[in-house]
Design a protein around this ligand. Structure first.
Ligand code: MG
Ligand code: ZN
Length: 224
């Protein structure tokens, strides 16, 4: 019982911070996307592919989460993207208070879009609201096609499912249709994107969806 109580306390503190973020992002019309996947699914590579196009049309910034190193923020800065790195040390997820601390540095009040690349982990990022408008969950075909069934919470909480590395599918036993069906059986409202960040196949559809999220936020709609 005690353990559950402690957990609830931590979550409610995070939820309060997330609510403060949501209020501020609503006032400034800043769309926020939280991306979660296991390590190595290709989150940063996907951002490298889509951000050069998006940054010509929108004011945007990225928060990168990793246990250590500035590597991912540096990859995005090399493309002229405003990126900041959070190094969590040992923590396996990002929390709303960590995002709050960066708002002034990133001048988020002037942004159309803030993307948060969460720590590579399909478990606790599902339970930590970061004030986002849209949660993206991502897998690659180099993983197991039954992951949506194994990690249902994050698929349940996400609005968007990105299946990456489709160019590698012929070299694996990954069953794309089975995986998509698996994901839909957890959450029938998931919007599905199959793409290859490496070859660029399928990324335009994702860019259009992100533009829709930005437009919706400007018009004051609630997505989630
Ligand atoms: Mg990364
Ligand atoms: Zn965690």
């Amino acid at each position: 019982m005690t353990r559950i109580d402690i957990n609830e306390k931590i979550l409610s503190k995070n939820d309060m911070a997330a609510d403060r973020l949501r209020k501020r992002f609503k006032e400034t019309g800043t769309a926020v996307i939280n991306i979660a996947s296991a390590p190595g699914s290709g989150k940063t590579t996907l951002l490298e592919k889509i951000l050069p196009q998006l940054k010509t049309r929108y004011r945007l910034a990225v928060i990168e989460g990793d246990l250590r190193t500035e590597n991912d923020a540096n990859r995005l800065r090399a493309l002229g993207v405003n990126a900041v790195q959070i190094q969590t040390g040992d923590a396996c997820h990002l929390e709303a208070v960590q995002i709050e601390k960066l708002l002034d540095d990133l001048q988020t009040d002037n942004l159309d879009l803030l993307i948060i690349e969460n720590i590579g982990n399909l478990v606790c990022p599902a339970s930590y609201d970061l004030g986002e408008d849209a949660m993206f969950v991502m897998l690659s075909v180099a993983e197991g096609d039954d992951k949506p069934a194994k990690y249902p919470t994050i698929f349940h909480n996400a609005g968007y499912f990105i299946l990456n590395k489709t160019d590698l599918a012929p070299y694996t036993d990954f069953d794309i249709q089975k995986c998509l069906n698996n994901a839909l059986s957890v959450n029938s409202k998931l919007k599905l994107f199959t793409l290859s960040a490496r070859t660029g196949e399928g990324i335009n559809k994702l860019i259009e969806a992100i533009e829709g999220i930005i437009k919706n936020k400007k018009e004051g709609g609630v997505l989630k």
